[in-house]
Design a protein around this ligand. Structure first.
Ligand code: CDT
Length: 261
């Protein structure tokens, strides 16, 4: 049996003033719980190390860049990597990545159980807008601060399973799952960061710094379930009808100018 015990590390709100060291302490506390629960893998949210800064409009690029990591691990995240290695737990978490060439991505990584980074994904589907929108109670400026990921949707072999990653808004696109499934993905790690309603956003943005809302949900996943029925009715490789799927890959229909942006 290929069993992976997975911890979904749901984190409460992170305030603007909360620094990375404080956030990493919260993440390490969740890792300790994961160790108690015998987790093999823990998945943290999108942009896990800071507040969700695309809510805030900034013009000064220096101010923007301060939310980004220029290397990983770094001094602030090293305690997280150390704890993961000590507990032999693989990690996946999201952060804002600034490359040596000055490119900005909304990124997530995967480590092996010795805290070595073995995989990286850069968010492809960036929601929101590029300019300040006075109509909105809360901004969503991912398109301003990031460029679309340039790594596609790769799949990696780790823990005896095929694994892929995507981030938040990517989850709304069936193409994402399909592209990874066609490469044999059995497990997709997906961190997200998205308050559901305006009033929830107001509460999170304005009022609370909530390590008390941090929570670990644990499930033991039998990866062999991915092969369920493969020999018979559910052999999707065999029963596909690609001659009928053209609409998925070709751009069709009416595309309004504003949708192209
Ligand atoms: N973080 C993220 O991708 N959130 C989006 C909501 C954006 S609202 C403009 C989501 O799809 O959940």
């Amino acid at each position: 049996m290929r069993n992976i015990v997975i911890g979904a590390a749901q984190m409460g709100p992170i305030q603007k003033a909360e620094n990375r060291d404080a956030v990493v302490l919260r993440m390490v506390a969740l890792l300790e719980q994961a160790h108690e629960a015998h987790c093999n893998l823990v998945v943290f949210p999108e942009l896990a190390l800071t507040t969700f800064f695309p809510r805030h409009y900034m013009e000064d690029q220096k101010e923007v860049d301060a939310w980004f990591e220029v290397e990983m691990p770094n001094a602030s995240t090293q305690p997280l990597f150390d704890a993961a290695k000590r507990f032999s737990i693989a990690l996946s978490f999201g952060y804002a990545e600034l490359t040596p060439e000055g490119r900005h991505f909304n990124t997530s990584i995967l480590t092996d159980n010795q805290a070595n980074i073995i995989a990286k994904y850069r968010k492809v589907h960036l929601p929101g807008h590029t300019e300040y929108d006075p109509e909105r109670d809360f901004q969503h400026l991912e398109k301003r601060y990031f460029e679309p990921g340039d790594l596609g949707f790769p799949v990696w072999q780790s823990q005896n399973a095929h694994m892929g990653m995507c981030i938040c808004n990517d989850r709304r696109w069936p193409e994402v799952y399909r592209v990874m499934a066609l490469q044999g993905a059995e497990l997709i790690m997906l961190g997200y960061n998205t308050p559901a309603t305006n009033s929830q956003q107001r509460e999170f943005v304005v009022a609370r710094a909530s390590s008390e809302d941090d929570e670990l949900l644990v499930h033991s996943c039998d990866m062999d379930q991915c092969n369920f029925g493969k020999a018979t009715v559910f052999d999707f490789d065999r029963h596909r009808r690609i001659e009928h799927y053209g609409l998925i890959t070709s751009q069709t229909g009416v595309v309004l100018e504003e949708q192209k942006r």
